[in-house]
Write a protein that binds this ligand. Structure first.
Ligand SMILES: Cc1cc2nc3c(=O)[nH]c(=O)nc-3n(C[C@H](O)[C@H](O)[C@H](O)COP(=O)(O)OP(=O)(O)OC[C@H]3O[C@@H](n4cnc5c(N)ncnc54)[C@H](O)[C@@H]3O)c2cc1C
Length: 309
């Protein structure tokens, strides 16, 4: 996305690396399209803390004056982007689903769901620079990696003083048992209110098992207590972009669609032929999931799992 925006503006695309011992990541940024990488390294930047990271970004912006500054809407990115935008006195559009350049005004058109996801709003930042936006992981396609593509490395020296940082990281605890990585899943079998009960999710779990996929859920299914919140797909859940997304007993409310409609293939199973989910589906099956899902599981098992002998 950054590459396309830079192309539309006729400017360079630069990456920023802030941390300690992160210089080795510069080739990654070049391989994915960056022309330049600004590198700020310091022992104080070892563990992530808002204040010194924000200071590094703010100083880089003041020195190199980008027109646009993009960050990932990860936990870290959300924290940092707000602090940087506040220090610079500029605007920030969080969780954008599309970014384009108006060729006449050169303004960044930042589109995101608004009013509970019922409308898509395009936000412009007329007077302040840089124009800042965050984008959730997986919302936009990854460009293909260009092995061996090289760019320029600009090492920027800044003096950091540990005594000036008020926050101290005492321990970093890895979330080892986080079972669900929906945003990285290649196959998701998601169920909604139409699945009817926690027990019925067993049918979806069997289909996911045969395909090597993971379960997902609409908010209605999560609120009913059939799956834990980390399985929720959508505006207030995870944004996913799997190769195949099964939407089973899910009506296709806009808040669900914004989290999954860029999946490569969408298979919708619903007993209401008018359900909005069919508008985004690659394949639609009208029927009761209690009949359709076991039939699919049996057929996939026959095709994918080698039988005895
Ligand atoms: C601010 C806000 C944020 C939200 N965030 C999210 C979010 O992140 N994710 C999300 O999912 N929702 C979110 N919602 C809720 C969203 O608006 C919908 O209410 C929700 O997605 C509906 O879930 P559903 O499709 O499972 O249920 P329903 O809309 O009730 O649909 C159930 C479907 O199942 C079908 N069905 C019933 N029985 C069967 C059967 N036996 N076989 C096959 N099909 C059957 C029905 O025809 C129906 O289409 C949000 C709402 C708001 C206001």
């Amino acid at each position: 996305m950054g590459r396309q925006l830079a192309g539309a503006l006729g400017v360079e695309l630069a990456g920023v690396l802030v941390g300690q011992g992160v210089a080795g990541l510069a080739p990654e940024a070049w391989a994915y399209g960056a022309d330049k990488v600004y590198l700020v390294e310091d022992p104080v930047l070892g563990p992530y803390r808002t204040a010194p990271y924000a200071r590094a970004l703010v100083q880089l912006v003041k020195e190199y004056k980008p027109e646009v500054l993009l960050m990932g809407a990860t936990s870290l990115g959300r924290d940092l982007a707000g602090a940087v935008a506040t220090s610079l006195g500029t605007g920030l559009t969080a969780d954008c689903t599309s970014l384009t350049i108006d060729p006449e005004t050169r303004l960044l058109e930042q589109t995101r769901p608004a009013f509970g996801g019922n409308v898509m709003a395009t936000i412009l930042c007329h007077r302040h620079r840089p124009q800042m936006a965050t984008v959730r992981p997986r919302v936009m396609p990854m460009p293909s990696r260009q092995e061996g593509r090289r760019g320029e490395l600009v090492r920027v020296d800044m003096a950091f003083n540990e005594a000036e940082v008020r926050a101290e990281v005492i321990e970093v605890i890895e979330e080892k048992n986080k079972a669900v990585y929906l945003d990285r899943a290649e196959i998701i079998v998601a169920g909604g209110r139409g699945v009817g009960s926690k027990e019925n999710f067993r049918l979806l779990d069997e289909l996911a098992g045969v395909l090597g996929g993971t379960l997902g859920a609409s908010r209605a299914a999560v609120e009913a207590g059939w799956l834990p919140p980390e399985y929720q797909v959508g505006q207030t859940g995870t944004t996913v972009r799997p190769k195949v997304y099964f939407a089973i007993g899910i009506s296709g409310a806009v808040q669900h669609l914004v989290g999954m409609q860029t999946s490569d293939v969408i298979v919708a199973i619903n007993n209401d032929s008018q359900a909005p989910i069919f508008k985004v589906a690659t394949y639609g099956i009208v029927g009761d999931f209690r009949e359709v899902v076991p039939a699919l599981t049996a057929e996939f098992r026959r095709q994918l799992v080698p039988g005895p002998g």
